[in-house]
Design a protein around this ligand. Structure first.
Ligand code: NAP
Length: 306
């Protein structure tokens, strides 16, 4: 039987409604949560992400501040701008849109964000708290995956979970969150031997590698839950046809835009064996923004002692 698709857009909408209700409550008590997004340079994709975040803030009644800085900025100048936001009493959450230009020390900038306002959960203090199992601000994408699993009633306790990818932003925090949910966790990366065989042990497989459709049905145990974090741009029609066959919607998207998004999971073959899986787009992607909003409310409450 074909896998059921987990509707990330619907679950993200549910979360945004919950956030909206919380914001209304806070505003009745004279508090308006505020999120600042820092964009360095004019990369079209980063700019689109930032605008989407700002729009979502506005929809939910969260104050939104967009800080656009020149692409030639130095680390010191960027840190000064972040410092101003750290001091700004109206701002509860700060997000520096990644990637930053090469001359900027990304690590120094992420460490420069006040941990109390670090809604991306990338500060080493917050990552340390996560490791220790303390209440903290956690990276939006892995937290979004946990929300997807919980709200889809996926049993995590005692399950074998395999996280494919070990990045600081996704793979590592994902593995820790699954471990805290009492799954037995294996982390795989580019040096893992017998990758497909290791992945086939998983009851829950989370793919976050940035390699289009690398996870085929040979990687998936029958009945497993497969979460696809990958967001890969496919800009060749032949590749779209190879991945999605005659899928009219994708082909028409391709004709309109010249590209489509595809995950790390080969949707067509994995669908034959998994019990549940997330689509790309419409799976993990929308959850990341919804959780960012949730994190902003959390930061506002904690910082303001509510
Ligand atoms: P990243 O920093 O490039 O990390 C990729 C990880 O995958 C690394 O640990 C790497 O191993 C591993 N890897 C790469 N090729 C592999 C292979 N052939 N076999 C096994 N492991 C392999 O990427 P990331 O930031 O974690 O992002 C991963 C994907 O998720 C990307 O497509 C990104 O666009 C997407 N993403 C989506 C969202 C969303 O909201 N939906 C958010 C964040 C990221 P090594 O460590 O050994 O190099």
């Amino acid at each position: 039987m074909a896998a059921t698709f987990i509707n990330g857009t619907k679950i993200a909408d549910d979360i945004k409604q919950e956030v909206r209700a919380e914001v209304d409550q806070l505003r009745k008590n004279g508090v308006q949560p505020g999120l600042a997004v820092v964009l360095v340079g004019d990369d079209a994709a980063s700019s689109a992400y930032v605008n989407m975040k700002a729009r979502t803030c506005e929809q939910l009644g969260i104050l939104s501040r967009k800080v656009v800085l020149p692409s030639a900025i130095t680390t010191e100048d960027l840190l000064r701008e972040v410092g101003k936001l750290n001091e700004d009493p109206l701002i509860d959450g700060i997000l520096v849109q990644l990637p930053v230009p090469k001359q900027v020390n990304k690590h120094a900038v992420l460490e420069g964000v006040d941990p109390q306002k670090d809604v991306d959960g990338f500060h080493s203090g917050n990552l340390g708290s996560l490791l220790l199992g303390h209440e903290t601000l956690v990276a939006c994408t892995p937290l979004g995956v946990m929300e997807l699993l919980r709200r889809s009633n996926v049993q995590m306790e005692g399950a074998n979970a395999v996280v494919l990818g070990r990045s600081d932003d996704v793979g590592k925090p994902q593995a820790i969150l699954l471990m805290h949910a009492n799954a037995t966790v294996t982390i795989c990366h580019s040096k893992t031997r017998n990758l497909a065989e290791v992945c086939r042990q998983a009851d829950i497989l989370v793919a976050a590698i940035g390699r289009t459709a690398l996870v085929t049905k040979d990687f998936v145990k029958p009945g497993a839950v497969v979460i696809d974090v990958g967001t890969n741009k496919v800009s060749s029609r032949a590749e779209v046809e190879r991945l999605f066959g005659g899928d009219e919607a994708r082909l028409s998207d391709f004709a309109k835009r010249g590209y489509v998004w595809a995950g790390d999971v080969d949707e067509r073959s994995v669908r034959e064996v998994a019990s549940m899986m997330t689509p790309v787009p419409g799976g993990v992607g929308p959850m990341t923004i919804a959780v960012l909003m949730k994190n902003t409310i959390k930061a506002a409450r904690r910082r303001r002692g509510i």
